[in-house]
Design a protein around this ligand. Structure first.
Ligand code: NAG
Length: 383
């Protein structure tokens, strides 16, 4: 007698707690409820070491990184997908084939600045996470900066200042990126966003170690010549410790006033887990999310019933999502209040993050599978 009633109470208590969280939703609800956006918050903090640590390095500009680009994209049609890209590019063989790093996020100088150029260059930025690591190796993440006039590129390692005289690797999945002025936003799945300063890249010496060698006092970054240091983070857990949100991908929307970014959740199959997309306003004067007392509050949030969303973007009230599927990835488009529309097999297999370039009227994704990696550009879907 005692045991069953205890169980019943336990279940009721669990249900009451779940229902009390205003951020969760039942994604099978046909109405796909809008959520109360003010319950989604990210807490800003600046890295306290970045400024002091910067004095140890020579700063390198985007122009220098692109001038010293040491790899070359090659024109390569996608193998799958019924969408018609206006451009399609592959990496050099090593980067196409490697199973150590996987490309995930894409953004461009069209996100960075409204005129579409950064230091006068038309640039793609692509994030990669490290999938395979040796026993004692910490996983890293890197960004490729690609010059769209030469199609040359160079990888730059993401680092987090860990002391006034040291830095460490950034062990995140980097599933989506968004470049805004000199701020490069990178998703950190469970934790929120990390932001890196593209106007403050540093040159380091050769060497396997990431950080300062205590014997010589010299800095290296796993033999990457340049590092891109973290300056801020926007943390999810400090305000919502018991309410998980997966920051799987991110993109910029310049069609809203003010500019905004949207963040979405990737969910594989678990039918109980909500899938949400949320929007935060940006402050173009500081390049930060708009904050009050260091807290950014979402202005729009919705539950969405689309599994395996690898990337998304919005423009003039319409949303676009890339969903992984086989043999090619799907494109979903959605105007809130209406049913989402499926363009099956639109993208090449392995499509990830999405990014819009207003000045060129183009939008981009990339594909992640080893031996079949592309960067593709499309026009004309955002009307
Ligand atoms: C990035 O670094 C540069 C050079 O140190 C600095 O002038 C700029 O203010 C930084 N950007 C932001 C958004 O803080």
């Amino acid at each position: 007698m005692i045991v069953p009633s205890f169980l019943t109470l336990g279940l009721l208590a669990t249900a009451a707690v779940a229902a009390a969280d205003p951020r969760t939703c039942n994604r099978n609800d046909a109405k796909l409820p809008l959520l109360d956006a003010k319950n989604f918050k990210l807490t800003y903090s600046a890295n306290t070491h970045t400024t002091k640590l910067s004095k140890h390095f020579k700063t390198v500009s985007m122009t220098q990184v692109l001038t010293n680009a040491n790899r070359q994209l090659v024109k390569k049609a996608p193998k799958t997908g019924n969408g018609k890209p206006v451009e399609s590019w592959g990496w050099n063989d090593g980067d196409d084939d490697t199973k150590k790093y996987y490309p995930q996020g894409i953004s461009s100088s069209g996100d960075a600045l409204g005129n579409g150029k950064y230091e006068g260059h038309s640039v793609w930025a692509v994030s990669w996470y490290q999938k395979e690591a040796a026993a004692n190796e910490k996983k890293k993440a890197r960004i490729s900066f690609i010059d769209r006039s030469t199609h040359k590129y160079r990888h730059v390692l993401l680092v987090e200042p860990s002391a006034d005289d040291d830095f460490k690797e950034v062990s995140v999945h980097a599933g989506g990126i968004m470049w805004y002025g000199d701020a490069l936003y990178v998703v950190d799945t469970d934790n929120g966003l990390r932001v890196f300063n593209v106007s403050s890249m540093w040159a380091v010496g050769a060497g396997d170690r990431v950080g300062k060698d205590p014997k010589t006092g010299k800095y290296s970054a796993n033999n990457y010549a340049y590092v891109l240091p973290q300056m801020w983070k926007f943390d999810w857990k400090s305000k919502q410790p018991d309410s998980p949100f997966r920051h799987s991908w991110v993109s910029l929307d310049r069609s809203t006033t003010p500019d905004s970014l949207i963040i979405g959740e990737y969910q594989e199959t678990d039918v109980k887990t909500p899938i949400r997309v949320i929007r935060y306003p940006l402050d173009y004067t500081t390049r930060k999310l708009a904050t009050t007392a260091n807290v950014a509050t979402a202005t729009w949030a919705s539950c969405i019933n689309i599994l395996k969303m690898q990337g998304g973007m919005s423009w003039k009230g319409k949303f676009y999502f890339a969903r992984s599927a086989s043999p090619a990835a799907d494109l979903w488009s959605w105007i809130p209040g209406n049913a989402a529309k499926l363009a099956k097999g639109w993208f090449p297999a392995g499509a990830e993050d999405l990014s819009y370039h207003e000045a060129r009227g183009e939008w981009y994704t990339l594909t992640e599978y080893a031996g079949d990696r592309r960067i593709v550009a499309y026009k004309g879907m955002t009307k």
